[in-house]
Design a binder for this molecule. Sequence first.
Ligand code: COA
Length: 150
Amino acid sequence: MIIRHMNEQDIEEVLLLEKELFSAPWNREHFLFELNENPFSLCLVGIVEEKIVSASCAWIIYERAEISTIGVHKAYQRKGYAKKMLEMIHHHAKNNGVNQIFLEVRVSNQPAIALYEYFGYKVSKVRKNYYSDNHEDAYEMMAEVKNLVK
Ligand SMILES: CC(C)(COP(=O)(O)OP(=O)(O)OC[C@H]1O[C@@H](n2cnc3c(N)ncnc32)[C@H](O)[C@@H]1OP(=O)(O)O)[C@@H](O)C(=O)NCCC(=O)NCCS
């Protein structure tokens, strides 16, 4: 898989991926904001055979980062692609002086929780009623950059 920065021409394909994976997918305006207006945003796509199979955005805000979305096309899951995307985000975070990385994940999302635990993220908080679509709770997970599994 080749990982590169997302650009505006990728958005159509990324939206299809979002719809496949998420019950509350991001829309075009959301990605346009991330690409054009949010100075802290890092959005990446993973390409296999000229197809976007993975997308992820993170916010790198001085010494703190937040992973805002990550997804891998269903047909390409369990091949290590999410690990590769996260490794790239971790690399950018380290190079920009980030100390801690945060994210939120649905408490029922065992595959994602297992992925984050693999790198050393730990649950730091439970956010009650976090998701507006089904009122599910979120785990806030956090990793110290210096402790991340490479
Ligand atoms: C979570 C997600 C991104 C993982 O992508 P992936 O490319 O399949 O993950 P990887 O192949 O890199 O797996 C890395 C590790 O994560 C864990 N993992 C991934 N999928 C798993 C599953 N279905 N069950 C249990 N553990 C899983 C494993 O520890 C795995 O390592 P292993 O394969 O050596 O056991 C993918 O399932 C996805 O897109 N889900 C829908 C969107 C989503 O929920 N995103 C997260 C929002 S917070």
